[in-house]
Design a protein around this ligand. Structure first.
Ligand code: PEP
Length: 281
């Protein structure tokens, strides 16, 4: 293909016992930003009760303002991976903003001695950080979750994935998370989940949707379902195989993106909603 994606990437992959392909639905519900051990334990406990073995946990947070919470960084990794082991989590999606973070994650995982794995997330703000893309491509241990650039063309984002693939790591998931417009929007970003089918047509990458960063608010509509659920539905109907979604045991206390965090009590409903949608389509 034009992006090389057809050559260098594959239709899905398996990592640490979790399959990412056209038929799978992997819910990565978790904390946008790790704050306390109690939050992580509560989050992972809720996942375990639902039989979910994948999560998202932000340790290194790229914030728009330097005065906002920047994430706990490497300091939280030992107890995040310890708790992941306790709750049987197989894959933690975690953003890295610097190549050094990859080593910190690998070392903390090894030290934890448990069977948890990590998917390295490259955020929308680093979608064209070519050096970072090459670094996550050069390591072969962890798969990569690439988040579409919020202000660049889809073509440019697909080329960014080629930086990962061409360095030798074909385990890439392409994540749609909404795009910026100048139009104003009831949501945080213009939801771009109609592009799921476009990405699947142009590449062989499994596609993820992130309704939390796309929508930016947890409020429910007149039918009682949060806009976030409806956006997940759009993504799954179009063939997304992964959903990245923010939760928090106490959204009003979250140090990052609290307004878009769903409550732990909503997790079983989200799980059955995703199941119903996938079975119907
Ligand atoms: C995130 O997933 O925590 C995040 C910062 O997302 P994005 O890069 O899409 O803004």
């Amino acid at each position: 293909g034009r992006h090389g994606g057809k050559r260098q990437t594959q239709v899905g992959f398996e990592y640490n016992g979790v399959t990412f392909d056209e038929r799978s639905v992997n819910l990565f519900a978790g904390l946008c930003a790790v704050d306390t051990r109690e939050s992580v334990d509560a989050m992972m406990g809720a996942l375990a009760r639902c039989g979910i073995r994948t999560t998202r946990m932000g340790a290194y947070k790229p914030r728009t303002s330097p005065y906002e919470f920047q994430g706990l960084g490497a300091a939280c990794l030992p107890w995040v991976f310890e708790l992941a082991g306790k709750h049987g989590i197989k894959v933690v999606a975690m953003e890295v903003t610097n190549a050094r973070h990859i080593d910190e994650i690998r070392e903390a995982l090894e030290a934890s001695g448990n069977a948890t794995g990590v998917m390295l997330q490259v955020g929308t703000r680093n979608a064209q950080n070519f050096e970072l893309l090459k670094q996550v491509g050069q390591q072969r241990v962890f798969p990569v979750l690439f988040k579409r650039g919020m202000g660049i063309t889809l073509e440019e984002s697909l080329n960014a994935c080629e930086y990962v693939a061409s360095e030798g790591n074909p385990k890439i998931v392409f994540c749609l998370r909404g795009v910026k417009t100048h139009l104003g929007d009831p949501h945080r970003n213009m939801v771009d989940f109609a592009h799921v089918s476009v990405v699947r047509r142009l590449t062989r990458l499994p596609v993820c949707v992130d309704p939390s960063h796309a929508i930016g608010r947890a409020e429910a509509g007149p039918d009682g379902l949060p806009d976030i659920f409806h956006a997940i539905g759009q993504g799954l109907i179009a063939g997304a195989s992964m959903v990245l979604v923010d939760f928090h045991p106490y959204p009003e206390q979250a140090l990052c993106d609290g307004p878009q965090a769903l409550r732990l009590e909503q997790l079983p409903a989200l799980q059955s909603y995703a199941r119903i949608i996938r079975e119907a389509y």
